[in-house]
Design a protein around this ligand. Structure first.
Ligand SMILES: Cc1cc2nc3c(=O)[nH]c(=O)nc-3n(C[C@H](O)[C@H](O)[C@H](O)COP(=O)(O)O)c2cc1C
Length: 169
């Protein structure tokens, strides 16, 4: 028999985005890279592939790397790194070196030609498959008013999950 979910029910993957906050790193050896914290997104299946859905506003420095490069990673760090994650989500790589500032390290995965955060508990290595600009049309009015007062709608990226790395320590 199925039981009604309680209000505080937290299915683990929701928590991974809403509470753990992955660090999104986009870029490659040719173009360089940048990283920022995200909490909007999800994992699922599309076109028979395991995928991640990611939403990036165009004013982010990371956006330029999302556009130029195909290699993307999501690094999930424990909440011992919450302060570092907050910095990755509030300062721009245009102005500061967030890795230097927080003491985190970016690792280049040569075969994949992309970067991830060395301190992560686990990492999803992704390749961009498809992207689409969110549009005001069809969006609930309260969401437009509350989330997009500047009308700076996110670009959604669908990325294939090509590999999963786990920290052995
Ligand atoms: C918890 C948290 C979640 C965030 N989620 C997103 C997100 O899903 N998409 C987005 O575009 N920005 C998101 N941001 C904002 C960016 O991380 C932030 O603007 C960052 O400074 C951009 O850095 P950059 O300019 O170096 O790319 C989030 C920030 C925080 C603190």
């Amino acid at each position: 028999m199925l039981k009604k979910m309680t209000k505080d029910f937290q299915y683990p993957i929701f928590k991974e985005f809403d509470d753990v906050w992955p660090i999104l790193t986009a870029g490659d050896r040719q173009h360089g890279f940048n990283a920022m914290t995200i909490s909007w997104g999800g994992l699922g299946t599309l076109w028979n592939k395991p995928v991640a859905f990611i939403f990036v506003r165009k004013q982010r420095y990371t956006y330029s790397f999302m556009e130029k490069c195909d290699s993307v990673t999501l690094s999930f760090l424990s909440n011992d790194y919450k302060e570092a994650k907050a910095l990755f989500g509030s300062k721009s790589g245009r102005n500061i070196d967030k890795f230097k500032e927080t003491g985190l390290h970016a690792t280049l995965d040569l075969d994949f030609n992309g970067y991830y955060v060395a301190e992560a508990e686990y990492v999803l290595k992704l390749k961009k498959l498809y992207s689409l600009d969110l549009k005001e049309e069809g969006m609930p009015e309260n969401i437009v008013n509350n989330q997009y007062p500047q009308k700076d709608f996110h670009r959604m990226y669908v990325c294939e999950v090509v590999q999963y790395l786990e920290n052995e320590e």
